[in-house]
Design a protein around this ligand. Sequence first.
Ligand SMILES: Nc1nc2c(ncn2[C@@H]2O[C@H](COP(=O)(O)OP(=O)(O)OP(=O)(O)O)[C@@H](O)[C@H]2O)c(=O)[nH]1
Ligand SMILES: [Zn+2]
Length: 348
Amino acid sequence: MAKRRLSKQQKTRIDDKHAQINRNAKAPGKPIAQPDDNNFGEEQNGLVISHYRAQADVECALSGDVIRCHLRANLPHIVTGDHVVWRRGLGEQANTGIVEAINQRTSELCRPDSYGKMKLVGANITRAIIVIAPEPEAHSNLIDRYIVVAEHLGLEVLLLVNKCDLLGDNNPTLDLLKKYQALGYRSLAISSKNNIGMDTLKQLLSDGCSIFVGQSGVGKSSIIQTLLPAEEIKIGELSDVARKGRHTTTHARLYHFPDGGNCIDSPGIREFGLWHLSPDDVLHGFSEFRPFIGLCKYRNCTHINDAHCAISKAAAAGDITPERYKSYTYIVQSLDEVTIQGERPQKQ
Ligand SMILES: Nc1nc2c(ncn2[C@@H]2O[C@H](COP(=O)(O)OP(=O)(O)OP(=O)(O)O)[C@@H](O)[C@H]2O)c(=O)[nH]1
Ligand SMILES: [Zn+2]
């Protein structure tokens, strides 16, 4: 994945798209030919497992069947993880249905597509599993970036150390772990290869809807495969596509863990980033900074080398660690960089 600095024009386009997504959630869409109401049964609840341009696979809340549904015109943009009201086709049409309404979402995850346009990739996610490993080495700034987005979306964070079979006694990953534990983040060390800690992980994931994020090679595919033995091939397919960089062709899919809880996965979701966040969002994403927010002398304080800044004073006094403060400044200064799907990393 390449990091590149967005031009003003591209940033405007992303902002416009985000505004459009918000408008779509409220405003009517283009009129399309409507199916005959008499051909469908009672309204019922469902869960969007996957969605395509004009259709969605909806799981019936009662039977668990997954039905390919058309979408009622004027419906806001639908996305994997949406809770919907739908009606099943009658008679010979029982294997189809129509989505009538989308219930309010508790969270929305967006990301830019290959053209830099923002699109929704998942809804109602409750938990971000940030996967790190002794190899490739974990960097706290990357962890902080994931945490900031998770905090912004109101997600629970689980810092998952995979490959614990490679941890010696003095591995730097253990120090990292302690640092985030001290900040109040839950963590767990596992080895998907040696099946260590997997039962505890299953328990932690047994409610809500999780997504797995983290740098390439930490073992996200391996972990998901272990948790979803029946879905092995499909996960593998997604992973292969990710490696070839053809992300736009894949759809986010919702999976049920056998022991409870859901997971939404796609290469696009695994690479979640700081799309659209303002410097203020980033500030609030550093949870230990919050007691000092609003105490700076100047209202337009950027908290980076500003005079009379309560945040930098807290860092100097040791109430905020130098690493986290540095991480904050680094993230704010790189907010206009974005990872575009399908691009290869550029040499620095
Ligand atoms: N030693 C050890 N190796 C592991 C473990 N889990 C995964 N691996 C290895 O780590 C490598 C990367 O695993 P993947 O599951 O492909 O990692 P990923 O995070 O999905 O990578 P991307 O698909 O590139 O994002 C593979 O060679 C795995 O066999 C583990 O618990 N211990
Ligand atoms: Zn300040």
